[in-house]
Write a protein that binds this ligand. Sequence first.
Ligand SMILES: Nc1ncnc2c1ncn2[C@@H]1O[C@H](COP(=O)(O)OP(=O)(O)OP(=O)(O)O)[C@@H](O)[C@H]1O
Length: 250
Amino acid sequence: MLLEATGVGRTVELPDGPPLTILSGVDLTVHEGDRLSIVGRSGSGKSTLLNLLGLMDSPTAGELRFLGHDTRALRGSTRDRLRGREIGFVFQQFNLLPGRTALENVQTPLLYSNGREFWRREQIAREILDLVGLGDRLHTRPERLSGGEQQRVAIARALVRRPRLILADEPTGALDLETGGSVMGLIEEVAGQTDAALVTITHDPAIASRSTRHFRLESGRLVPSDAGVGVGGPVGVDVGGVGTDAGVSV
Ligand SMILES: Nc1ncnc2c1ncn2[C@@H]1O[C@H](COP(=O)(O)OP(=O)(O)OP(=O)(O)O)[C@@H](O)[C@H]1O
C-alpha cells in the first residue's frame, strides 16, 4: 500500500473568527497503479486534500501514512526528501522556469538526487523528454512552446524521478479538449511504466471517467462517486458513512 488516510481532517485557525474545518473524516487508501479521480465544487477542499496527500501540509486530525511512515511524525527534512523522491505534482499552470530550456527545466528535480541519478541527470532528462515527444525541442524555452508542449515539459519534470505517486491538479484545465486528452494519456502512460498511482483532481467529467476509482468532495467530506458523474451530478447520496474505506472500484 502506498498511502492510507484514516479519519483525516484539516482545520485552520482564522484570525477573526472560529476555526474553519476544511476537511473531515477522510478515509482513503491508494495502492500502486491506482487511478483515482476527485471532483468537487470550488471551495470543497480539493487543493487542501491534495496538499495533504502530497505531504505539503499535515492533517490536524486522523492519521496519514505514506509508504508506512506516519507523516505527522516525520521531520521536515525527511518529509521533503520523501516528497521529492516519491511524489510528482502536475498543476494546471505549468510552473516552468522561464528563460530555462526544456532540458534545464526537466533536470531541475535531479539536482536534488545523488549518485548515479545526479551524474546522469542530463541523459535521464533527455530520455523522458523524448518519451513525451519533445526530443527535438530540448533547447527550447517554455515561452516558445505551445500550452500542450509546456504541459508535456511539466509532466516530464514531474515524473523524471519516477515517483510512486502522481498528484495532478486540473492538469488539463488550461488546454483544449483534444490536447487535454493526449496530455492525460501521456501521464497515464508514464505512470503505467512504473506502476505509479495517479490521483487526478478535475472539473471535467471526461477526464474523471478515465480513472478506475471515482470520488467527490462535498463540504470537506470525500465520498465515492459513479464514473462520469461530474460536479453537477447527484449530491447527498448516503454512502454509509465516510468512516468506511472509500476505496470502491467502479
Ligand atoms: N489556510 C487557509 N486559511 C483559511 N481558509 C482556507 C485556507 N485554506 C483553504 N481555505 C478555505 O477552505 C476552503 C477549501 O479550499 P480549497 O482551496 O481546498 O478548495 P478547492 O476545492 O481546491 O477550490 P477550487 O476548486 O476553487 O480551487 C475554501 O473555502 C478556502 O477559502
